[in-house]
Design a protein around this ligand. Structure first.
Ligand code: GAR
Length: 223
């Protein structure tokens, strides 16, 4: 794919930006047919802005505290994204709820990564919630954004075990490692125009059925 055909992606992040970094790294390695046209943060102190700056990527802070309401803030973000010709909006640790104004501006073109196996554990502090619940697996989900909180159609998931001695931090790190793998891949599938959405069903065109059952803790009764 020539550079003029690259998918124009905008990335929104509120925090440290390790997901942003994994996307930047894969772009720099030539693995993604993507141009990161803009990085936006609502948080002036976000590490994500520094990472964008360091990589020479156009970045801005639009501070939600300077707006009277969610719609006005979203309108400002949408205007910035439209100005650079954004084709796909990637939420990477963007801790704001997306309003109708934003959704209507990019129908089925906003994706998010969530650090749990949706529909289990939507919302916040989900690694701790999975541990407290006693779940044996957690993971991450990349999904399309809709008007609910973490409810949109699921595009891809990665599963990790939860160990009995896990803390919120050790589990979060294990999950994050997988986020860094599946999120850039999903973006590349969009770049290849392989993501087909029909209601809640998302299909990746030409992907194969492979995979194994996972059991935690390991069993010894059956080989
Ligand atoms: C990631 O674990 C992401 O899944 C989570 O925030 C973290 C951001 O890390 N997002 C959410 O919880 C969204 N509800 P990062 O800034 O290092 O990419």
């Amino acid at each position: 794919m020539g550079s003029k055909n690259k998918l124009r992606v905008a990335i929104l992040a509120s925090g440290g930006g390790t997901n942003l970094q994994s996307i930047i790294d894969q772009c720099q390695q030539g693995l993604l047919d993507v141009e990161i046209s803009l990085v936006v943060s609502n948080n002036p102190d976000a590490g994500a802005l520094q990472r964008a700056e360091q990589a020479g990527i156009n970045n801005i802070c639009i501070n939600h505290r300077e707006f009277d309401n969610r719609e006005d803030f979203d309108q400002a973000v949408v205007a910035a994204l439209k100005e650079v010709g954004t084709e796909l909006v990637v939420l990477a640790g963007f801790m704001r709820i997306i309003s109708e104004v934003f959704l209507l501006a990019f129908p089925q073109r906003i994706i998010n990564v969530h650090p749990a196996l949706l529909p289990a554990f939507p919302g916040l502090h989900v690694q701790q919630k999975a541990i407290e619940y006693g779940a044996k697996f957690s993971g991450c989900t990349v999904h399309l954004v809709d008007s609910g909180v973490d409810t949109g159609p699921i595009i891809a998931q990665a599963v990790v075990p939860i160990f009995t001695d896990d803390s919120e931090d050790t589990l979060a790190a294990r999950i994050l490692e997988q986020e860094h793998k599946i999120y850039p891949q999903v973006i590349q599938w969009f770049a290849e125009r392989r993501v087909k959405v029909a209601g809640r069903q998302v299909q990746i065109i030409n992907s194969k059925n492979v995979g194994l059952a996972l059991i935690n803790p390991p069993i010894s009764t059956v080989k």
